[in-house]
Design a protein around this ligand. Structure first.
Ligand SMILES: *Cc1c(COP(=O)(O)O)cnc(C)c1O
Length: 421
């Protein structure tokens, strides 16, 4: 459920008409709903009720500081995957002891940044990384809390580009080598081994892969404890999928996911961390765009938008489906017609949808891409010298621009010309 609903035929974000935001900030733009963000966070928090836990929002999904602050004030920690994300979380007021650092290629500089500013734990992905964290910790005179990310070799049954838990993926260490790697970690004086980490992929629509992975983590916990490690925290990653269409079977609910966690891991008396990103932000955001032209082709009509693949890359990159709706609903009984919905970028890949049934639309009409809150604005680029589009946060009847659209001057002046030209 989200808070983007129609009232008298007009699409609203909470209590604000989308058309009002469009008039104020211009199109295209992203708009997020505070109530939806908080609702999704609370679903996870409640699902783990009764267990010692922390929900660490995977901020790579949508990393605007206003979003981070909204969630942090509700009690969320953060999962970061770069030094930049770490600094952004700190800038949003998140204390270091609520920030978890994941990612397969942390540099010594990034590790130093996090160790100096305070960190809940590093989720370590390889032995060379372990050595570097150890060295930086010793240099700073601190001890770095770590988990090791294990790769449980399960099929997440999701898009190949976002599956991470098979042995052929670059993530984590093979679970079969865990004993050896944990013994290595325990021998390094700059590290304190506190737990186990696992993350098998994104947009999972079934619980079974989680169950397989978490069962292996439970077995590993007992094994490592028997080998003398004080395993007291289990970081279970993110990955629970969202419904991208209103018609399809819905993925499992956070409450079902929470019950599975309790069933597979509850007996171990560990602190549980989860790192949801997409499910918190995905359906809490829309991308709103305007029709520039309606172009009649051979046997098909194109809606050419002012939004493009550089603003929302998911359809081009993952063949992702987004429901696309007219901001002003047609009068009842008006027949829908199929359109190819495209952006103005010079690539055929700049196609959001083919033969999508929409109400009849004309130049100047607004449309909205649903489920665009996660992996939308954060993956945008300025390809074609198209400015990054603004982000807007709605809260009840208020809205605020939380990232301005840069001017062309700002973009162009970022280039510097060498002295020989
Ligand atoms: C991407 C990622 C997440 C978040 O995944 P979602 O599918 O957005 O929930 C969590 N943890 C790690 C380590 C990740 O790489």
């Amino acid at each position: 459920m989200d808070h983007f609903l129609y009232r008298d035929g007009a699409l609203y974000a909470e209590d604000v008409p989308i058309s009002e935001i469009a008039a104020a900030v211009g199109t295209p733009f992203y708009v997020y709903s505070t109530a939806t963000l908080l609702r999704h966070f609370k679903l996870f928090d409640d699902a783990l009720d009764g267990t010692d836990h922390l929900v660490c929002y995977a901020m790579k999904a949508a990393s605007n500081q206003a979003i981070l602050k909204t969630l942090a004030q509700a009690g969320a920690g953060m999962d970061v995957v770069s030094g930049g994300e770490y600094l952004r979380a700190k800038a949003a007021g998140v204390p270091g002891d609520r920030i978890v650092f994941s990612g397969v290629g942390k540099t010594a500089d990034e590790i130093r940044t996090a160790l100096s500013g305070g960190i809940r734990q590093f989720n370590v992905e390889s032995e060379p990384e372990m050595e570097v964290i150890n060295a930086v910790a010793l240099e700073l005179g601190v001890v770095a809390p770590i988990t090791v990310r294990v790769n449980p070799d399960v099929d997440a049954k999701t898009h190949a580009k976002i599956a991470t838990g098979k042995s052929e993926n670059k993530f984590g260490i093979p679970i079969a080598r865990a004993s050896e790697v944990y013994a290595h970690a325990a021998s390094l004086p700059g590290l304190e081994v506190i737990g186990i980490d696992v993350h098998i992929g994104s947009q999972l629509t079934e619980l079974e892969p989680f169950e397989l992975a978490y069962t292996k983590v439970a077995e590993l916990t007992e094994k490592l404890r028997a080998e003398g490690h004080n395993i007291r925290r289990l970081d279970l990653g993110g990955g629970l999928g969202i419904p991208y269409t209103r018609s399809n079977d819905a993925p499992p609910l956070p409450v079902e996911y929470g019950a599975l966690i309790k069933k597979t891991l509850g007996h171990l008396d560990c602190e549980i961390e989860i790192e949801p990103g997409r499910l918190i932000a995905g359906n809490a955001g829309l991308m709103v765009s305007k029709v520039i032209y309606v172009k009649s082709g051979e046997g098909r009509d194109f809606l050419i938008l002012d939004g493009a693949m550089n603003d929302l890359i998911r359809p081009a990159m993952y063949e992702a489906h987004h429901d696309i709706v007219a901001v002003q609903e047609p009068a009842p009984g008006v027949e829908r017609q199929p359109y190819d919905i495209v952006g103005p970028v010079c690539e055929t890949g700049d196609t959001f949808a083919k033969q999508r049934n929409m109400p009849p639309l004309k130049s100047g009409d607004l449309i909205a891409f649903r489920s665009a809150g996660a992996y939308g604005a954060v993956m945008a680029s300025e390809y074609n010298t198209r400015p990054l589009i603004p982000e807007v946060l709605v809260n009840g009847d208020q809205f605020a621009v939380i990232r301005e659209r840069p001017s062309f001057d700002e973009i162009i002046n970022r280039d510097t010309i060498p002295s020989w030209l």
